[in-house]
Design a protein around this ligand. Structure first.
Ligand SMILES: NC(=O)c1ccc[n+]([C@@H]2O[C@H](COP(=O)([O-])OP(=O)(O)OC[C@H]3O[C@@H](n4cnc5c(N)ncnc54)[C@H](OP(=O)(O)O)[C@@H]3O)[C@@H](O)[C@H]2O)c1
Length: 296
């Protein structure tokens, strides 16, 4: 039975603690940089105050699986703290220990120094955007969790992911930066596109709240289409129809906006969209050439 420790009581750490409480995974230790964050996590997840630890080292000593849900930049620092602070006696105690971080970009190699403490090291990255509301974020059902690391860590983390309702999958350690870039394009840049689209809509004269609602509705519908159709079929709009005059009109209108990046973003994504339309045989090759020349 896993005795879970969590270091880092932020968005992900708190959501994980709540998910554990719901699924019966025993959380035995929680540490963070500030007491306030730990108290908040303990209260939200309905944990006993006895789980509170004064340091990551104490959390390591108490748990069989320790998840480092600290910011990516702090993982190395916490790892160093553990290697320096955990007593040799505790580290050599029998029993299997796993230490893993949750970063999508980093591999578990950053935790290699912990092997000398007898730990099996790994990483587990849930492909999910954790919102500030832990009650929403703690619903991990169906979330794909990408796992890599030492054999024992991979096995334990895969089992834990399954208990928490996630879909574990293995990822090659060296592929993590590329893999994480893909996740960032889908999630982070979608938020940026949302914000950009709202801004332009408001410039067209629409009320800001209505602009936000209408674009959220539009993007939500597109996402639903993408769940049942390949992208080249889900694509709608002027490029999918080959309406080149409409694209020219967009570019003229965007030219007047005092954000020089908007025009470049529109053109680059337009070129990529034309390639998608071409791939899906949605438009003729003449249309693709015309659109490419307008957008280049
Ligand atoms: N956010 C996401 O959507 C998401 C998705 C998948 C994976 N991840 C990964 O999950 C990890 C955590 O991300 P997050 O979004 O939860 O970050 P976050 O909300 O900023 O939380 C990070 C927590 O780490 C704590 N911390 C920082 N330095 C520390 C240290 N030296 N010792 C102990 N605790 C320390 C902070 O503590 P205090 O609050 O106590 O100051 C903070 O609560 C990252 O590796 C991230 O890449 C995030």
């Amino acid at each position: 039975m896993v005795r879970l420790g969590i270091v880092g009581a932020g968005r992900v750490g708190t959501a994980l603690a709540l998910a554990c409480s719901r699924t019966g995974v025993e959380v035995v230790a929680v540490a963070s940089r500030s007491e306030k964050s730990v108290e908040r996590l303990v209260q939200l997840a309905g944990l006993d105050r006895s789980v509170v630890c004064s340091s990551p080292n104490e959390a390591f000593e108490r748990s069989s699986v320790l998840l480092l849900s600290v910011s990516d930049d702090a993982i190395g620092e916490v790892c160093l703290q553990l290697t320096k602070g955990v007593s040799d006696k505790r580290a050599s105690e029998p029993g299997f220990r796993v230490v893993a971080h949750l970063s999508g970009a980093l591999s578990s190699s950053i935790l290699s120094p912990l092997r000398k403490l007898g730990a099996s090291v790994g990483s587990i990255h849930p492909i999910k955007s954790f919102s500030t509301d832990p009650h929403v974020s703690s619903d991990l059902k169906g979330t794909v969790a990408s796992i890599e690391g030492d054999e024992g860590a991979v096995q334990t983390l895969s089992e834990l992911a399954g208990v928490l309702g996630m879909r574990p999958t293995e990822i090659a350690s060296e592929a993590k930066p590329l893999y994480h870039a893909a996740a960032c394009i889908a999630s982070n840049y979608m938020v940026t596109l949302f914000a950009l689209s709202c801004d332009i809509m408001v410039r067209s004269g629409m009320d800001p709240a209505l602009a936000r609602e209408s674009i959220a509705h539009l993007m939500g519908g597109t996402m639903r289409n993408l769940q049942s159709q390949p992208p080249e079929q889900a694509l709608t709009g002027p490029i999918a129809r080959g309406d080149s005059d409409t694209i020219k009109g967009h570019l003229d209108a965007l030219e007047r906006i005092d954000n020089c990046r908007v025009n470049a973003i529109y053109r680059l994504l337009g070129l990529e969209t034309a390639e998608l339309a071409k791939y899906g045989k949605r438009i003729s090759s003449e249309s693709v050439d015309e659109l490419t020349s307008i957008l280049s």
